[in-house]
Design a protein around this ligand. Structure first.
Ligand code: NAD
Length: 480
């Protein structure tokens, strides 16, 4: 597959499309392993140029009327919706997700621009009375400054817009570095933002397959005041250590090991519908993907049979083919990682009732897999699988399910299925996670605060909270 006409494949710095001083690297189609195109590899001088462009554009953008900033965001939302098919195709091509998933992502991603266009005009301050009565406490909000935004490959549009939209709404400018596997969607977004009226320098996108080098240079630059990262917990930990050097304000959206609880009174068909969404959206390559199914032992066999039947019926193929329901994984390393976790778990006693064996041939495919009798300490139960693998663990009761669910250093999303709403809410309260789907297999919503606890992250994206990550508070003590 070749690059569709009109899609940029050069970096965007200070309003112009540029090559990189570090050469170039290839972007692959994961359904074949073939090269789609080459994109620039940014060098240290490109990083300095992008940060300079963002720093130069900052004062004027920060002083732009909120309504004007809001209108740029609103137009970007409209352009994304107008170009939905092109964007969806591009994401399917470079990332491999099905067109159905890609279309859903375009709408989700665009909605961050609409939501934050509405929030841009509601950045407020406060007036309080000091408890002593001696003075007033006046607060106002200011943009944090130049932002470095780092995004993963699994949602090439949404993970970027979830950062870009609140940053621009707050009056910040940014340098975005997309993942090396999926840089093209981010470049397309830069083009749409420019068409929508984002001034030169507010939006900068650098591409590289040597992210560590680029980020080290950027974080050492005094003008960069904010780091917002979405990706694995391991890389997040390294970045926090680097950010500590200059006390850079940091937001982290990291990995998960999300439990999916099916209690004994759950509607099993509804639970299977929810499991298909929570597990199989994006081929299981989502941080919100259900990683462990903790199912009451009285219904575990029936749940496993129903889930395996649904997963067996999925059509696997290239993301860009209209009838594909599950596309390839992102790259060969990902397939090998999934196979390794499944194989180790089978050796430890798990049984594959569906799939469980790698697929021969071109492209990076792994088949839908259901494992039963999964030991609680096996690889698929304790590590993030990030693929179409559903490990089922039978549990004695609610307490047993909660104990296993919370026995993890991760705490991103949880799912609970029960026929008793009050019981469900009690379980939600006790789950150590940032988000819960209660009788729902999908939690993501631009209007809701997205984020994790424990080693799954710091801060929230989306919702009223999302813009706070890009604002500082100044307080004035005064009296009159
Ligand atoms: P990753 O950590 O390998 O890469 C994420 C980003 O970090 C990419 O842009 C990559 O180029 C960059 N990067 C990699 N090594 C780096 C380094 N040494 N220094 C600086 N930057 C570096 O993660 P991934 O494989 O792209 O994404 C999968 C992970 O992301 C999973 O763990 C998933 O759970 C997590 N994720 C979390 C969320 C969330 O909102 N919490 C959303 C999506 C994905």
């Amino acid at each position: 597959m070749t690059l569709p006409a009109g899609v940029p494949s050069r970096m965007f710095v200070g309003g112009t499309w540029q090559d990189g001083s570090g050469g170039s690297f290839d972007v692959l189609d994961p359904s074949t392993g073939d090269v789609i195109c080459a994109v620039p590899r940014a060098g240290a001088d490109d990083v300095a140029a992008a940060v300079s462009a963002a720093a130069d554009a900052l004062p004027e953008w920060a002083a732009t009327a909120p309504r004007e900033r809001a209108e740029v965001l609103r137009r970007t939302f409209e352009l994304m919706i107008e170009r939905k098919e092109d964007l969806a195709y591009l994401m399917s091509l470079e990332m491999g997700k099905s067109l159905t998933d890609a279309r859903g992502e375009v709408v989700y991603a665009a909605e961050f621009f609409r939501w934050f266009s509405e929030e841009a005009v509601r950045i407020g301050g406060e007036l309080r009375m000091a408890p002593s009565g001696a003075n007033r406490i006046l607060t106002f909000r200011k943009p944090v400054g130049v932002c470095l935004l780092l995004t993963p490959w699994n949602f090439p549009a949404a993970m970027a817009t979830r950062k870009i939209a609140p940053a621009l709404a707050a009056g910040c400018t940014f340098v975005l570095k997309p993942a090396e596997d999926t840089p093209l969607t981010a470049l397309m977004l830069a083009q749409l933002l420019t068409e929508a009226g984002a001034p030169a320098g507010t939006v900068n996108v650098l591409t590289t397959d040597k992210p560590g080098d680029l980020v080290e240079v950027a974080l050492a630059d005094d003008r960069v005041r904010k780091l917002s990262f979405t990706g694995s917990t391991g890389v997040g930990r390294t970045l926090l250590q680097q950010a500590a050097g200059r006390i850079v304000n940091a937001s982290m959206e990291l990995g998960g090991n999300d439990p999916f609880l099916v209690l004994d009174d759950a509607d099993l068909d509804a639970a299977v519908d929810g499991a298909m969404l929570a597990k199989m959206r994006n081929g299981g390559q989502a941080c919100t993907a259900a990683n462990r199914f903790l199912v009451a032992e009285s219904v575990a066999d029936e749940f496993a049979a129903k889930l395996a039947e649904r997963m067996r019926s999925l059509r696997m193929g290239p993301g860009t083919a209209e009838d594909t329901q599950i596309g390839p994984m992102i790259n060969r390393r990902a397939v090998e990682g999934i196979a390794d976790k499944v194989n180790r778990s089978i050796e430890a006693g798990a049984r594959a009732v569906l799939g469980g064996e790698s697929v021969e041939g071109a492209g990076f495919f792994y088949p839908p897999t259901v494992l039963t009798g999964v030991p609680r300490d096996s690889a698929v139960a304790v590590e993030e699988v990030f693929g179409p693998v559903a490990p089922i663990i039978a549990v004695k009761d609610e307490e047993d399910a909660l104990r296993i669910a919370n026995d993890s250093e991760m705490g991103l999303t949880g799912y609970v299925y029960t026929g008793d709403l009050a019981r469900g809410l009690r379980v939600c309260e006790r789950l150590e996670v940032g988000m819960v789907g209660l009788n729902r297999g999908l939690v993501s919503d631009p209007a809701a605060p997205f984020g994790g606890v424990k080693q799954s992250g710091l801060g929230r994206e989306g919702g009223y909270e999302g813009i706070d990550e890009y604002l500082e508070t100044t307080y004035v003590a005064t009296s009159w």
